[in-house]
Design a protein around this ligand. Sequence first.
Ligand code: GLN
Length: 476
Amino acid sequence: MRQMDILDLTIVQLHEGFKKKQFTSVEVTKEYLGQIKKTDSKIHAFLTVTENLALEQAKKADEIIASGNDFPLLCGIPCSIKDAILVQGEKATAGSKMLENYVAPYDATVIKRLKEQGAVILGKTNLDEFAMGVSTENSAFKVTKNPHDLTKVSGGSSGGSAASVASKQAVFSLASDTGGSIRLPASFCGVVGLNPTYGAVSRHGLIAMASSLDQIGPIAKTIEDAKIVFDVISGKDSMDSTSADYKFETKEVSLKDLKIGVPKEYFAEGLDPQVEKIIKEAIKKAEDAGAKIVPISLSMTNYAIACYYIIVPSEVSANLARFDGIKYGKSQQDAPNLLDVYLKSRGVGFGVEPKRRILIGTYALSSGYYDAYYKKAQEIKELIKQDFAQSFEKVDVIFSPVSPIPAFNIGEKSSDPLAMYLMDIYTCPLKLAGLPALSIPAGRIGKLPVGLQIIGNYFEENTILSVASQLEKMLL
Ligand code: GLN
């Protein structure tokens, strides 16, 4: 099989190929490593390429495949991992100078599960520093370019993960989503991204940003691939007390008679008319296939960004307190006393965005301001939850854009944090409610892909994936 063909295959197609002895995992892995070498000087998706680990895992996978027994779907399949997820013995920088030389002492639970299946890890992908951002421009190391147009951002914070899948440098990737970090880059890069229900996937071994919102999920070429990976990584883990006792089950949910909610607040001012057109056409296709379109209102939408950008910095200020120059990461020892070691290490180690959030969060949590900011934000969060709960009494799923605009120019918004924050308008509200949602490619504006967001009720990953897989065929 020619090189191009191998790089185009999905998980199931590769699995079949392994079974029929058309190629080995080592061969496939070498194709992917070759593609990374060929393209990554332009794309900048990877922070570390774990070539030795990949070839060793591929060899082991080939032994399992050759043993003749049934082998798992992910056995021998090459993937990339966001650099905020720990892979034992490999660097985990979280895109920060603070952790530039940090080597993970253990595997995240999701990595353990991938390894149990025999998956092959090609490397660690770029992200905004500590997953804060929408473009990877906040990475301390490099900016990941959009594979469809190198002058545009790849999206963030998991831009490296999405770009690696879109440019055929990995079959799939694991990433994390706090306010949109899986879905936004998936939308910008024209791939599939799933943000699971809060609690569906263990975060043990994920470098925490905002613990009440962080979730790990797959970025993949197709819905079927995303489903396969989600099935492997989801479920209870004794190392993460927020993980739910949940067994993902796949069952076809037909578009016929499905009730699709369309929130009017998500099609208001600020939405690019070309994005709106693509999303409305997708909604029309679902309607033509028998779905019932139900106009709904998510009346708290306007407060979501403000609420999110109080809660997230508050949790960031607490989570990032551990980086003190003593316990973890960068340490500036050239200081007269312990306090100065803390101050200097944090001063040098953190970039502008984490510093901004630590300041905002510390302020929002401080006595005298706590009630006005953090407590208020928690109350609004409850109202946002109720908004969604009321809608899900009337509808099965909700359709919306992922982002108000397609991928923007590199540098265009770098000096305007508020403009960056506004990019989360459609992706962050459902996170405050803890709901699952995915992004699926729905069309293009010129070269640039545009994603449709499908939001589901709690632990209804099966519903949104099933709906998306029927649409996938119609949207292409
Ligand atoms: N853009 C959002 C933020 O900066 C979301 C990031 C994420 O999901 N990790 O907080």
